[in-house]
Design a protein around this ligand. Structure first.
Ligand code: CP
Length: 312
């Protein structure tokens, strides 16, 4: 029996609140390790982890690799563009080859929703979802929740707004599940056609007036506007988006209130967020990055480390 209910971390939809709490608490323990002169512990000595990235990543990929190394695991990196996937090999064959190499854990990012769940059916290894298409990005939501808790000392009762293209965002969906399980209130804000119809059934509210949302919220989680969606009828123009939904310095100054600004990255400075806001005192964006390493250490440790009661 592992430390968590589920063997894999596929999403927060089916992760109990108790386990989210445990992952965040353990994340804070590993934050202390990251502040030490020697930032390495032997917890995962002898464990083999493969990072399978079928889609580009900077933060998630680097922080998983760092977390794995800080826990003394043996790490193998796999990138689709540099593998036989480019010669037409399918996911199942790729994965079975990796399985034959006796990996203990696969961390996977893939552009197709549901691929991590599929992978978990093909292999004995623990599977961690590092972002699967527009489905979920659970490790991002966990680091977001850890960063909010670090700032406010709690999650319960806080008012968190998620701003941007909700329809195509795995970060939004994982945050919606996670934050509400931890007792936070969630409002979604963005262009109406980029908010999924019926999303209120998940318990969130929707408000397309960004100024009302800023007045309401304790923290804004600002999503990246995907430039590939510009000019193809989904987002008319950068200028229009910025005017209606951009977190500009002028807009924040008009509200004269304390509000925490978050962004999962990568950022489009000058589009969804002004540079001065991203680099300003209200932003915790680089704390999110640091907490990303700690929370990924926590996830790996709780899924792969010694069971409770066992000697480490
Ligand atoms: N936040 C996030 O997932 O960033 P990357 O795409 O750089 O990993």
């Amino acid at each position: 029996m592992g430390a968590l209910k589920n063997k894999h971390l596929i999403g927060l939809e089916h992760t109990p609140a108790r386990d989210i709490q445990k992952l965040i608490d353990t994340g804070f323990t590993f934050r202390e390790v990251l502040d030490r002169p020697i930032k390495k512990v032997p917890s995962l000595t002898g464990k083999n982890i493969v990072n399978l990235f079928f889609e580009n990543s900077t933060r998630t990929r680097i922080s998983f690799e760092l977390a794995e190394k800080r826990l003394s695991a043996d790490v193998t990196n796999f990138s689709a563009s540099a593998s036989s996937v480019s010669k037409g090999e399918g996911l199942k064959d790729t994965v079975q080859n990796i399985h034959a190499m006796k990996m203990d854990c696969a961390v996977m990012r893939h552009p197709v929703p549901g691929t991590c769940l599929q992978l978990s059916k093909f292999v004995d290894a623990v599977v961690i979802n590092a972002g699967d298409g527009t489905h979920e990005h659970p490790t991002q939501a966990l680091l977001d929740m850890m960063s909010i808790k670090e700032k406010f000392g709690k999650l319960k009762g806080l008012k968190i707004a998620i701003v941007g293209d909700i329809l195509h965002s795995r970060v939004a969906l994982s945050n919606i599940y996670g934050l509400q399980k931890m007792g936070a209130k969630v409002t979604l804000c963005g262009p109406p056609h980029l908010i999924p119809r019926g999303i209120q059934e998940l318990g969130v509210s929707v408000n397309t007036d960004i100024d009302e949302v800023i007045e309401w919220a304790d923290a804004l989680n600002v999503l990246r506007i995907q430039r590939e969606r510009m000019g193809v009828g989904i987002i008319p123009s950068v200028r229009e988006y910025r005017d209606f939904f951009g977190i500009t310095q002028e807009r924040l100054d008009n509200h004269k209130k304390e509000i925490v600004i978050m962004h999962p990255g990568p950022m489009n400075r000058g589009v969804e967020i002004d540079s001065s806001v991203a680099d300003g005192d209200q932003a915790i964006i680089l704390d999110q990055v640091l907490n990303g390493v700690a929370i990924r250490m926590s996830i790996l440790y709780l899924l792969l480390g010694p069971d409770e009661g066992e000697e480490s």
